[in-house]
Design a protein around this ligand. Structure first.
Ligand SMILES: [Fe+2]
Length: 337
């Protein structure tokens, strides 16, 4: 039977692939819209007022931002080294999508497992790039191939995961051909793993998509956790001698950083605190922070894992005194023995 040898949870996102000077472009967008934060939704100026005592002026200074940037680059290198050392044959990647494959309001499955042969990756058109918020298109190289490329899926594992989920009462969507209208082929959640962790030496993999972001059919934390438990059953019962790596790609708190929440979340992940993880209300898992649902699925998958979580780094990459930015975290589990 297949064996899980490695697990990783990592954030992804534009701030990991752009300079701190380019981060400033995002601040303009931050000021132009309202942001979910804790139990409410606030403007940029309201956040600056509310968070005045948190020292965010210093935490978002250019000097601080340069430190965050360097720490994130170092952590990504460490994660990639761990990946290489583990020598996994195939990967299962838990991620999400942001209007890249599934257009909001058109058709958006709560959960989707890909069981096709081929996963494309390519740069988006100039027309699509022009539609993106400032500072986002500059980061494309971090998650998409520079020219058309195809990676290999694992159809029999994908099929086995779908069947196992169905047998355990998950009515999961199944996709055999990557949609041709997808902006970059593989969504950034998967492309980040291909480019940054696997350093373009991409092993055959099963992308698993979860609609973390978009109402009205976002899964609850409890459902995300259960999903991971069943995916684990599927990998364990896959009739193969392959060494499998599992990934969660997304999170942590963004686009408003909440260090207290992230710390609580990481502690629960480390301590395998299922009760905490399944009870996080949906209102706290909105916008970019919603991507932590992929991590909650990973927690379900690793419930009985023989090894504990290792932290490489946690870096709250503030880009403004309102606390906007992305908190980045890099974690891994050595399951070789
Ligand atoms: Fe994302």
């Amino acid at each position: 039977m297949a064996k899980i040898v490695l697990a990783m949870a990592t954030t992804h996102g534009p701030q990991l692939h752009t300079t701190v000077e380019q981060w400033q472009l995002r601040v303009k967008a931050d000021k132009a819209r309202k942001h979910p934060f804790r139990n409410g939704v606030y403007s940029f100026d309201e956040l600056v007022d509310m968070r005045r005592d948190e020292g965010l002026d210093a935490k978002s200074s250019m000097q601080a931002q340069k430190t965050y940037h360097a720490r994130c680059q170092a952590a990504m290198e460490t994660l990639a080294d761990k990946w290489e050392a583990a020598g996994a044959d195939v990967a299962v990647i838990l991620g999400n999508d942001q209007d890249e494959i599934y257009k909001t309001g058109e058709l958006n499955p709560a959960f989707m497992v890909f069981f096709g042969d081929t996963i494309p990756s390519y740069p988006q058109t100039e027309e699509d790039k022009a539609k993106l918020p400032p500072g986002v298109a500059d980061a494309e190289h971090g998650h998409a191939a520079k020219s058309y490329k195809e990676y290999r899926g694992v159809p029999d594992l994908g099929m086995h995961i779908i069947k196992t989920l169905t047998e355990h009462d998950f009515d999961v969507a199944a996709s055999k051909v990557w949609p041709a209208h997808a902006r970059n082929g593989a969504s950034h959640a998967f492309g980040h793993i291909y480019r940054q962790v696997m350093r373009d030496n991409v092993v055959p993999n099963v992308p698993i998509y979860q609609n973390t972001f978009f109402p009205p059919n976002q899964p609850t934390a409890k459902r995300s956790y259960q999903f991971g438990e069943i995916v684990k059953k599927a990998i364990d019962s896959w009739d193969s001698d392959k060494r499998v790596a599992v990934f969660a790609s997304g999170g942590m708190s963004h686009f408003v950083i909440d260090e207290a929440f992230d710390r609580k979340f990481v502690a629960a992940l480390k301590q395998r605190d299922k009760a905490f993880l399944i009870s996080i209300p949906l209102k706290e898992l909105q916008s970019g922070t919603s991507e932590l649902k992929s991590w909650i699925s990973l927690a379900g998958l690793l419930e009985d894992a023989a090894a504990d979580m290792n932290e490489i780094d946690y870096v709250p990459c503030y880009r403004s005194p309102a606390g906007t930015g992305t908190a980045n975290g890099f974690y891994w589990w050595d399951l070789q023995s």
